[in-house]
Design a protein around this ligand. Sequence first.
Ligand SMILES: Nc1ncnc2c1ncn2[C@@H]1O[C@H](COP(=O)(O)OP(=O)(O)OP(=O)(O)O)[C@@H](O)[C@H]1O
Length: 288
Amino acid sequence: MKLKAENLHLHYGGHVALDDVNFELNGNNIIGLLGKNGAGKTSLLSLIASYREPTSGLITVDGEEPFENAKVMQQIAFLYDKDYSDESDKIGEMLEGIARYRPNFDKEYAESLINLFKLDREKQIKKFSKGMKSALNVVIGLASRAPITLLDEVYLGMDAHLREAFYKELLEEQQRFPRMFILSTHLVSEMDYLFDEVIIIDKGTVLLHEEIDTFLAKGVTITGESELVDQFVGSKQQLNVQKLGNTKSVMVYGGLTEDEYENARRLRLEISHASLHELFVHLTKEDM
Ligand SMILES: Nc1ncnc2c1ncn2[C@@H]1O[C@H](COP(=O)(O)OP(=O)(O)OP(=O)(O)O)[C@@H](O)[C@H]1O
């Protein structure tokens, strides 16, 4: 499926939550949607899911706008930290209801996920713990097999074991039934291996959208004797600098050429790649 945002704006009264957002997503990839608190991730996902209408600009799914468009809405599953405090149904009853409007919903798969996450079939959903409610969202999100699945911080409250089970299941499911997943997260270092692409949103605009390998290749840390590091770094964009005695470590953005790698070896400088977490933190810090 093709998901396209063109000059997208969303205002809440006088507050600008999304400011000229543009991107195009094609194909069956897992996309990490990263941004600091309040950057606009949930706002963007709610436009894609047609929970809201853009103030201006366009969001399209295979050329069609999702807002109040039943055909497109069926193609998109949006799972978020929903308030289940009035939900007196048990899990079986709830999934029966969902299966009625989700054409690809796989009940057998849902049952296996309920077992995997050890969700209590006899308990009312409103009595689930926070982690269980999140696991329920994962069950709905995966078993719906919607062509576009949006998971907004869906791990909230899940303990480390549950999260690991979710990540493993997501990757296996993506092998079985490839589709587009967009995952918003603050657990960048824990989830980086899941992503094929990354979108970083900052203050309501898209700071970057890249394939993960291309992006990661751009973040390089050079460590060595201070003067040599300074000489090597020259006018490159510096994301972070650390000094210890006469040793300096500089994280640069933009990647290195083969000649530069060779030069670094000659100067006995140590080169390492920055992690997604490091790149994200330094690209979005306030004084950038
Ligand atoms: N219903 C609303 N009314 C007014 N302002 C809102 C509303 N929802 C969000 N905002 C504001 O819009 C901006 C973007 O919020 P949004 O929830 O999209 O960010 P986010 O990136 O998902 O944040 P977080 O990581 O904290 O969940 C924030 O400044 C927020 O305060």
